[in-house]
Design a protein around this ligand. Structure first.
Ligand code: NAP
Length: 390
């Protein structure tokens, strides 16, 4: 039996994880739940799963839960609450599914405390990947990737050394603007960018999918997770999202991983690893006619992907700088303060102006994150004023 802490239980990945738990009552139980602002959904989840440890974004919401829950869990809030859930003595497995670099400290602490950490929160790997490996080594923790492409690569690579393969390829759906000409992409609205063709996800990752920044973050994540150089990671656009990743061997052959585009599959893969069991998703059907297509990404229309390769090649804190700028720019776009095309411009300017340093400690990463945020926020303010926004 695995005893889970689900960090980000009210989000898209969090709720899918609870569906996986319900499908495996004899193997999975919930010991801790942490969320941000959605106290009503968190309360409903607590009533079903009765976790011992619960955390929410603010003290006011923790007090509200204390008054409204029909039992008395250990109640926490804020960043301390995330740590309390991840490190609760009953917990042996952490599902890290909050958004952005806010997930860094809890992921690191859980690995250092010897937990299995199933990481959906790709930003924490992008920002501090080497530190996560170091924490896992020091504490005996185990890092498993929930991102569908990386779970697929984990399955395909099966522990192979990076030097024994030629390349890995992760696929991209291409997002809602795959076929759009550049001048239409420049003017894309929030509603258009949130309208993802194949995946239903939280707003931040959905915008990242529209800019292909999500694929860029995943390129860095693949390099970090599997010890691959920038030249060993490539992206292929595959609009049907059925092939999730490929491994290319030295003799020119490839192995592909195929499954339905449902996040419950990679979540279950990580939670039950190395066991593979029937779960809440039906096996892939080969009886219906299907057409799969593959194409190269267009870096002129989707420059964020190129910026990610640039940051990966620069190394050190460059991925952390890019990630922080992108978090600021996406939030501003979602608030209507920045046009869609300016997300890449903000990211590019931050990477160009804030020098990357070495990635030696969590403090260095957090300093880089803060410096990039400050710069990007200033950049956004100047641009927003030019459009008459506050
Ligand atoms: N969705 C997918 O299919 C998918 C696929 C692969 C990877 N991922 C990655 O998984 C992560 C989660 O994505 P998502 O789509 O599930 O996002 P989401 O639907 O927006 O959910 C985010 C969750 O994190 C919580 N949260 C956010 N900031 C927090 C904070 N500071 N403290 C505590 N809780 C906080 C939110 O709580 P409230 O809602 O209660 O405020 C919510 O439960 C992201 O890193 C994303 O890139 C997602």
């Amino acid at each position: 039996m695995r005893h889970l802490a689900i960090l980000g239980s009210t989000g898209s990945i969090g709720t899918s994880t609870l569906d996986v738990v319900l499908a495996h009552p004899e193997r999975l139980s919930v010991a801790a739940l942490a969320a941000g602002r959605n106290r009503e959904l968190l309360k409903a989840q607590c009533e079903v799963f009765r976790p011992r440890c619960v955390s929410v974004g603010s003290k006011a919401d923790a007090d509200w839960l204390r008054s409204n829950l029909p039992y008395r869990p250990d109640l926490h809030w804020g960043d301390e609450g995330l740590l309390a859930c991840a490190l609760h003595p009953e917990v042996d497995t952490v599902l890290a599914a909050i958004v952005g670099s806010a997930g860094l400290a809890s992921t690191e602490a859980a690995l250092r405390a010897g937990r299995r950490v199933c990481v959906a929160n790709k930003e924490s790997l992008v920002v501090g990947g080497a530190l996560m490996h170091e924490a896992a080594r020091a504490g005996g923790g185990q890092l498993l990737p929930v991102d569908s492409e990386h779970a697929a690569l984990h399955q395909l690579l099966d522990g192979r050394a990076p030097a024994t393969i030629r390349e890995v390829r992760i696929t991209a759906s291409g997002g809602p603007f795959r076929d759009w000409p550049l001048d239409r992409i420049r003017r894309a609205t929030i509603a258009e960018a949130l309208n993802h063709p194949t995946w239903k996800m939280g707003p931040k990752i959905t915008i990242d999918s529209a800019t292909l920044m999500n694929k860029g973050l995943e390129v860095i994540e693949a390099s970090v997770l599997f010890g691959l150089s920038a030249d060993q990671v490539a992206v292929t656009v595959h609009p049907q999202s059925q092939v999730h990743a490929m491994v290319g061997f030295r003799d020119g052959t490839y192995q592909l991983q195929v499954c339905a585009n449902d996040m419950k599959l990679p979540i279950q893969y990580c939670l039950l690893y190395p066991d593979q069991q029937p779960g809440p998703v039906a096996p892939y059907s080969w009886d219906q006619a299907r057409a799969w297509t593959f194409e190269a990404p267009d870096l002129e229309r989707f420059p964020c992907l190129e910026l990610a390769f640039e940051a990966l090649r620069t190394g050190g804190t460059a991925p952390a700088l890019l990630n922080a700028a992108n978090e600021v720019a996406v939030a501003a776009f979602l608030q209507g303060r920045l046009p869609f095309w300016d997300i890449q411009a903000c990211n590019r300017d931050t990477l160009a102006r804030i020098p990357a340093g070495p990635l030696g400690s969590l403090e260095q990463v957090l300093d880089a994150d803060r410096a990039a945020r400050r710069h990007a926020e200033g950049w956004v303010r100047t641009r927003a004023r030019s459009f008459g926004c506050p």
